[in-house]
Design a protein. Structure first.
Length: 559
């Protein structure tokens, strides 16, 4: 790696704890499962783990409804188990990032329970966003805002005297009341949470919905209800990628939210080995995202503009260039991410021939996947991703080439989106199916012999996709990821630093990085000759008579 600061070019592996590995046999992944697979992760060649929320939670939104920020959900393990995991990860050279959820708590959080019990007018309600309803008898929601999961963003409470009463804001599920970031208790409590985990050796946090938190005074309606949709792929306006066009929004990406992160940065920097933040901020325009990465704010942010890009050379080049320009302007490294637990797995997105930008099943409705095509493109995409300047994320299972499970039976779906959309949007469960580790039938070694079935059913045809089946196969997706990650460490040109575009025919992308490295991707063009003076170091698939066929990528080094 080129820089001395680990987070500027770390490859961070996302552990979706519920679906990674089940250590105790209850069908749900857990801390013991992660501990048992640290050797696998170290061998893969990643630098750090980001673990999705493991705190006590009623699981209305898979752990993003937190009822106690400074403890571990008993179904996942104990605080001692968590501390042991952090130690053991450090021992094998892996840093550990957790997931902090500041926009909302669970409705079972003691603060919310006491707020409801205290009744209207109590200061205990001020830690959340309670308002009287609209209409003559208060039976209408206070404004037109909608929940990201569908339906109104407001829920009415029954007051302690049994009458229908005030409404509270929930930008996500009703079980996830929004916290009021104007209230000093909220900021103070989150700083306590950060320190609690930092003191236990945790190296940083991914910040859930980092672009929310602060709402506009008076909670005004928006002029165009389409602005309430989220996430929306960016569009091009005047040659720049943006959200048509950016205007102040009453609850997303408000300028005041940056004060929160300036305070958090001071907490992080107060440690001898400084701690790190990564923003989950779906703000689309690279310029708006860069604001989170100013020197006194957060360290990095997920690049969702890249994640949502279509398999189109021109579009990819624009996203990459704008990202590097905007983030470079504030001195922050870029990150490159293809998948996470909220979007359709990229193998299945890239398997669509006619692509629209977007990342949800809803947005892909009516298109049929060609998984062989998706696999070829995924192999090329990871070589692109891991050779761009900056850091990268790997979502568990992408190294196994897992597709989205698009045909989960209705009755197993757990994502709140399914219910809240009136059974029209199937939600995100298809990318959260438990990992296949070994064997030729479910549960593929996900849990111990004789344990409960995994919390979501796995497909019957995943035998060839297990980690065990791929381990010794040089042509496997796992072998490609391992080779790329190990090369990335070995080649001084990769990681942090600069790059220069190569002038190539339409449909192809290529760039060089010093010293002596080039990456070529044939996205959709004719077979591409390789530049003279370079040797192939790693290829996503066979070349065609020395030329690079479409949907394929190569890493080259100077001879
Ligand atoms: C983030 C999480 C997602 C969760 C939502 C609400 O987008 O990644 O899984 O549902 O926030 O917390």
């Amino acid at each position: 790696m080129a820089s001395g600061v680990w987070w500027r070019d770390a490859v961070i592996y996302q552990v979706y704890i519920r679906s990674f590995a089940d250590g105790d046999g209850d069908g749900l992944g857990d801390v013991a499962g992660i501990r048992s697979r640290l050797g696998y992760l170290a061998d893969l060649g990643v630098d750090a783990l980001w673990i999705n929320p493991w705190y006590p939670s009623p699981m209305a939104d898979a752990g993003y409804d937190v009822s106690d920020y400074r403890a571990v959900e008993p179904r996942f393990g104990t605080l001692e188990d968590a501390e042991a995991l952090v130690r053991e990860a450090h021992d094998v050279g892996l840093r550990v990032l957790l997931d902090v959820v500041p926009n909302h708590s669970s409705d079972q959080h003691p603060w919310f329970v006491e707020a409801v019990e205290a009744g209207p007018g109590s200061p205990l309600r001020d830690r959340y966003v309670f308002r009287p309803g609209g209409g003559p008898d208060g039976a209408e929601p206070p404004n037109q805002w909608r929940s990201v999961f569908g339906g109104p963003a407001w829920e009415r409470v029954v007051e302690p005297d049994g009458t229908p009463g005030e409404w509270y804001l929930h930008l996500f599920a009703p079980e996830q009341p929004d916290l009021n970031w104007e209230h000093p208790d909220v900021a103070a409590d989150f700083e306590k949470t950060l320190r609690f985990w930092f003191d236990r050796g945790v190296d940083g946090f991914r910040i859930d919905v980092a672009h929310s938190l602060v709402k506009e005074e008076g909670l005004p309606d928006v002029a165009d209800v389409a602005d309430l949709d989220w996430p929306r792929p960016p569009v091009e306006v005047d040659g720049r990628l943006q959200r048509a066009p950016w205007r102040p929004h009453p609850f997303w990406d408000r300028d005041e939210v940056h004060d929160v992160y300036r305070a958090w940065r001071q907490v992080a920097d107060s440690y001898a080995d400084p701690k790190v933040f990564v923003a989950e901020a779906w703000v689309d325009e690279p310029e708006r995202l860069a604001r989170y990465l100013r020197p006194d704010e957060l360290h990095t942010a997920f690049n969702f503009t890249y994640l949502q890009a279509t398999w189109d050379a021109g579009y990819l080049r624009r996203v990459i260039t704008e990202t590097l320009d905007e983030q470079g302007a504030v001195g922050a490294p870029a990150t490159w991410v293809l998948s996470n637990h909220d979007v359709v797995r990229h193998l299945s997105r890239l398997a669509r021939d006619r692509q629209a930008p977007g990342s949800s099943l809803e947005q892909l409705r009516g298109t049929t996947p060609d998984l062989d095509l998706g696999r070829r493109r995924s192999r090329a995409a990871v070589l692109l991703t891991l050779s761009l300047p900056g850091g990268a994320y790997v979502y568990q299972g992408e190294e196994l080439g897992l597709p989205e499970v698009e045909d989960l039976p209705d009755d197993v779906l757990q994502d709140p989106t399914w219910e809240r959309s009136g059974h029209t949007d199937r939600g995100r469960d298809g990318c959260r199916v438990p990992l296949p580790w070994s064997g030729d039938r479910p549960p593929y070694g996900f849990g111990p012999e004789g344990g409960a079935a995994p919390w979501l059913p796995q497909p019957d045809d995943w035998g060839p996709l297990t980690a065990e089946a791929q381990r010794d196969d040089p042509g496997s997706m796992l072998a490609l990821y391992r080779a790329a990650l190990h090369e990335r460490r070995a080649l001084p040109a990769l990681g942090d630093g600069g790059m220069a575009w190569l002038d190539l025919p339409d449909g192809a992308l290529g760039f060089t990085r010093d010293p002596g490295f080039a990456c070529l991707v044939n996205v959709s063009g004719d077979p591409l000759p390789l530049p003279a003076g370079y040797a192939v170091r790693l290829a996503s698939g066979p070349l065609d008579d020395g030329r690079l066929p479409r949907d394929r990528a190569v890493w080259l080094t100077r001879e």
